[in-house]
Design a protein around this ligand. Structure first.
Ligand code: ZN
Length: 1002
């Protein structure tokens, strides 16, 4: 007999499949009819919270295949896919479960007797979005304190697999030994077990190498802050999980548990101080590990570089303050891909290790490394671990699953130390008593690697790091590509709030430095923490239930109220202190135009005016070019607004702005730089002609709104149908087209189109002196399972596109079979034809999904999944994107700067109450770097001293930069600091893609 046949035969002596024995029953457990199994041997029933009752009577036989069972323990193994499960034994409720707590090994009897009857009844509720399933039902007779045939079968399987993989020369001896199983005496339990025992003895020399291997176990419970349940429930789940772990630690003192998310600890500290104290004690006793260092486990592709800094700043700060130590291990097991600059940012916070398991979910490519250096574009490297795969929510201590993983791991990395994370996750739970008992049993087996509990950091510290592979790229998740677009409200709020808080902090800092206005540190930190919570990896991606978004939107609105008030307060404080020059007119109204960005810029500004008999004058009493707009606004060109500064203008009555003359429009926009022709039949763009370079950039119609059916993905909100291109929907229908403005400052054509029941209103806008065509969009979105992209087929050719990421940019090539067929970018993507030395940037103000081919750039505008939120994205949405044709590449064209400008427009503040105290000049440039490839990303009060300031920049073009800055604030650089604001070695210069932070003092 082959060894595998022997093992299977052995297994059947104590294990029996009872899946087909279920009877569909009434709620009371009365049988109605037998079940039917599908081809996978699953019992399935319809979606929509349908209740399925199943019952079966187990009668303990005298023996299985001859092996006597009396006196053994009996367990029922179940695996289900149901959102609510209740298990009754002999009409007594015994256990509950759900989608995450989705399997059990339930003890039916401590010692069975022949003919014993046990009635098991299940109440299973299917998920609303998916069919329900019972996938596995197996009875196991065992001796938890001794060997039994099933246990030995598992031991033999494990040795066999190790020998086959690493020691094939010993397989023959193994096979021969198994031939000594005393099958003739199977009915004599003692004799038969003795034969098994002697086989185990003779196999021990062969199994010796297994003990050179070690499993390092860390108890864990992945806990989603909000997902298929609201935040309010998460607090309770966290509390219950932590109590359960601390209780288990009393019975299993070796158990070590690791958990991330300072926000959860903070809640426990506040609401359950005793529990917090117990956690603190466990932490001091080394049986509790702090992981992550970020405030929550966020989505990290879409959030800004500064958001990543704040996740880590407030997270690590909390750990330091409450536990006396920061964590060295970044922990993002479930986040949907990771940006290339993350290693550099993590290192800035004392993080040594990065752990995720999410790339096991890739749909196309198996991620090649288990343990590797992950390198940022600036050269920063972080040791990174792909944690064991966990797709089901539960990671138990099943010895076969564990060793299968261990074999793969060792083949991949050559490492004999293996990490394992037992525990029920997603909705909390953590390790169970049964998992720990099973682990203890296997710890004693000579045919299993060593098994011990260990902190993740201790495990990582112990690994050999020489000759590790280096991954110098983003970690792209080949799966949840819809999350760049789904729930656009979250994306829009996130972008707006990130920029608002940057502006609020910057101007509050300046108001304090210049005028000693109190700095609102507490309010700013509280607003940031709300943003950080909403960046959680099921909120910002748009993959939760409606209640979660109702809660999240309330927080976003609080952030906006606070942020706008803080900004307004700071700008008003500055405005009231301006030393006003002589009025150009007795009724002239002074106002300031503020620029929060660190370079000089010009912008067409529209002012709401009471009467159109007015004009704008600049400081030198020169009339600014102006125009009356269609929507009763006075437009004027504010030129050369200084870097991190402002400029005074006057609104003066009795002058006439240029009247509109729309007769010549002919649906052409022409500002002398670009000539854009709109098709009056379709509303698409027929031509974008670069007048300076005499170049047509469109191959065929531009801004085609291409719609596709996007349906049939199990992960509806998460995934775009990979075959969506095969299901194009009818084109949009033009409803109206009209010219709204025709120079000399702004040209604007409005196009209204419909797609099914949805309406698109788009304004094509060109401004004076700007080579950028803006497309301002308002949509009333009503479609179901539909994806919309705007497409720009180009006369250029390139085999790659560059995309903005947090604190940098990434080149992604256009291979036809590439799994990166939908990618994310922050504020821009750029396709440059290097041969033609000409390119196109496609900017946006709150979208993130893009795709590109050699001759086309597309931005994903809309999706409409129906699960978990059945009303995702229905209703009104506003967004702007812009097409920017340019000579040279995105660096020479300053695409980064233009994209910032689109997202952070200048701010107008009227001076209504000037104190005439003559403190501040009417035009000021407070801060400027001599190299304009440095982008200011944060200017804030330091965490440690109200008299010091923190300034952070990133190098945005992959080039060197000198540290040369002018400031009118009497500040000097005290020292270079890391993310935690601790002094580091001074910098000589800034290298390509480097992020630099300084502490400044007066
Ligand atoms: Zn998660």
């Amino acid at each position: 007999m082959s060894p595998l046949d022997n093992i299977a035969k052995l297994s059947h002596l104590t294990r029996t499949d009872v899946q087909k024995n279920w009877l569909i029953s009434t709620a009371g457990g009365n049988p109605i009819q037998p079940v039917t199994l599908n081809e996978k041997q699953y019992i399935i029933w319809p979606a929509g919270r349908q209740i399925q009752y199943l019952t079966q009577k187990i009668i303990v036989p005298e023996h299985l295949a001859g092996y006597p069972l009396a006196g053994m323990e009996l367990r029922l193994i179940l695996t289900w896919w149901a959102e609510d499960v209740k298990i009754y034994i002999n009409n007594q409720f015994i256990q509950a479960g759900d989608l995450f707590d989705s399997s059990t090994r339930i003890l039916l009897s401590n010692s069975v007797s022949t003919g014993q009857e046990i009635v098991v009844t299940l109440r299973l509720v299917s998920p609303n979005h998916d069919i329900g399933g019972l996938m596995k039902s197996e009875l196991i007779y065992e001796y938890s304190q001794a060997i039994d045939p099933g246990f030995v079968a598992d031991e033999l399987t494990i040795i066999h697999n190790y020998l086959q993989t690493f020691y094939p020369e010993n397989l023959a001896a193994f096979t021969a030994t198994l031939d000594n199983i005393d099958w003739d005496n199977v009915t004599n339990k003692d004799k038969f077990n003795q034969s098994l025992e002697s086989i185990r003895q003779s196999l021990q020399p062969l199994a010796k190498p297994l003990k050179e291997r070690s499993f390092h176990l860390l108890g864990h419970a992945h806990l989603d802050m909000a997902w298929l349940w609201p935040l309010a429930e998460t607090w309770q789940v966290a509390k219950n999980t932590f109590i359960s772990v601390l209780n288990l630690q009393k019975d299993f003192p070796a158990l070590i548990f690791g958990h991330s998310s300072p926000l959860i600890y903070e809640w426990i500290e506040k609401h359950h101080p005793d529990l917090f104290q117990a956690i603190l004690e466990a932490y001091k006793g080394q049986s509790w590990e702090l992981l992550g260092g970020m405030w929550v486990e966020p989505e990290v592709n879409l959030i800004s570089g500064e958001s990543l800094f704040r996740q880590l700043l407030y997270g690590q700060q909390y750990f330091q303050e409450k536990f006396g130590q920061i964590t060295k291990t970044a922990w993002l097991p479930d986040t949907f891909g990771f940006p290339h600059q993350l290693p550099q940012i993590l290192k800035s916070f004392g993080i040594k290790y990065f752990v995720t398991g999410k790339l096991h979910w890739n749909d196309t490519t198996k991620f090649p490394h288990g343990f590797f250096w992950w390198q940022s574009p600036d050269g920063s490297k972080i040791l990174s671990l792909m944690s064991p795969p966990n797709v089901a929510g539960v990671m138990d201590t099943n010895p076969i699953i564990m060793t299968d993983h261990a074999l793969n791991w060792e083949r991949q990395t050559g490492l004999k130390d293996i990490f394992w994370l037992p525990g029920v996750g997603d909705h909390g739970g953590g390790p169970t008593r049964d998992m720990l008992e099973v682990a203890q049993r296997w710890q004693k087996s000579p045919f299993f690697p060593q098994l011990k509990f260990s902190q993740a950091t201790t495990y990582l510290d112990s690994l050999e790091t020489s000759n590790l592979p280096i991954w110098d790229d983003e970690l792209y998740l080949e799966f949840h590509r819809g999350c760049y677009t789904t729930h656009s409200d979250q994306k829009a709020y996130n972008r707006y709030c990130e920029i608002l808080l940057y502006q609020g902090e910057l101007w509050s800092s300046l108001a304090n430095i210049l005028l000693e206005i109190p700095y609102p540190k507490v309010e700013i930190e509280s607003a940031w923490k709300k943003v950080l919570l909403n960046q959680f990896h099921d909120i910002l991606p748009g993959t939760s239930i409606p209640e979660v978004f109702r809660d999240a939107n309330q927080l976003w609105r609080q952030v906006i109220t606070t942020g706008e008030a803080i900004l307004e307060q700071a700008l008003q404080a500055i405005a009231t202190q301006i030393n006003l020059p002589t009025l150009p007119h007795p009724q002239a109204k002074p106002f300031l135009v503020f620029n929060s960005l660190n370079w000089e810029r010009s912008q067409v500004i529209s002012l709401a005016v009471e009467s159109f008999n007015c004009s704008v004058y600049d400081l030198n009493n020169c009339l600014c070019p102006s125009q009356l707009s269609q929507d009763n606004q006075l437009l004027f060109l504010a030129e050369n607004i200084p870097s991190v500064g402002y400029k005074l203008f006057w609104l003066v009555p009795n002058q006439q702005a240029t009247e509109q003359n729309l007769i010549n429009c002919q649906f052409i926009l022409d500002n002398g730089l670009l000539k854009v022709t709109i098709n009056s039949e379709t509303g698409d763009i027929d031509s974008i002609f670069d007048i300076i370079n005499q170049k047509e950039i469109l191959q065929t119609a531009g801004n085609q709104l291409q719609a596709f059916k996007d349906q049939g993905q199990y992960w509806d909100a998460w995934n775009i149908d990979p075959n969506y291109q095969q299901y194009p929907l009818p084109k949009t229908v033009l409803k109206s087209i009209k010219c709204l403005e025709y120079g000399p400052l702004r040209w604007r054509i409005r196009v209204s189109r419909s797609l099914g029941d949805s309406e698109f209103c788009q304004d094509y806008i060109l401004e004076k002196d700007s080579p950028i065509l803006q497309i301002k969009t308002i949509v009333n979105w009503q479609q179901e399972h539909t994806l919309v992209k705007t497409a720009f087929p180009l006369t250029l050719n390139s085999d790659f596109t560059t995309y903005e990421i947090a604190c940098g940019a990434i080149k992604r090539s256009h291979q036809s079979e590439s799994p990166k067929w939908e990618v994310y970018a922050h504020k821009w993507a750029d396709l440059t034809d290097t041969e033609a030395n000409y390119g196109i940037s496609l900017l946006n103000n709150n979208k993130y999904g893009y795709d590109a081919t050699n001759q086309q750039l597309r931005l994903t505008l809309l999706r409409s999944p129906r699960w978990p939120d059945p009303e995702t994205d229905l209703g009104k949405q506003e967004f702007t994107y812009a097409i920017y044709p340019h000579q040279g590449d995105w660096k020479t064209a300053k695409t980064v700067h233009h994209a910032w400008q689109l997202n952070s427009p200048v701010t107008v503040v009227f001076i209504t109450n000037s104190s005439r105290s003559t403190q501040l000049p009417p035009v000021a440039q407070w801060l400027k770097f001599s190299d304009d490839n440095l982008i200011l990303m944060s200017f804030k009060q330091s965490e440690t001293s109200p008299q010091s300031w923190v300034m952070r920049v990133y190098e945005c073009q992959g080039e060197n930069a000198v540290i040369d800055w002018q400031n009118q604030l009497q500040l000097t650089i005290k020292e270079s600091i890391d993310g935690l604001e601790r002094a580091i070695d001074p910098m000589e210069q800034i290298s390509p893609w480097q992020i630099a932070t300084w502490l400044l003092k007066n």
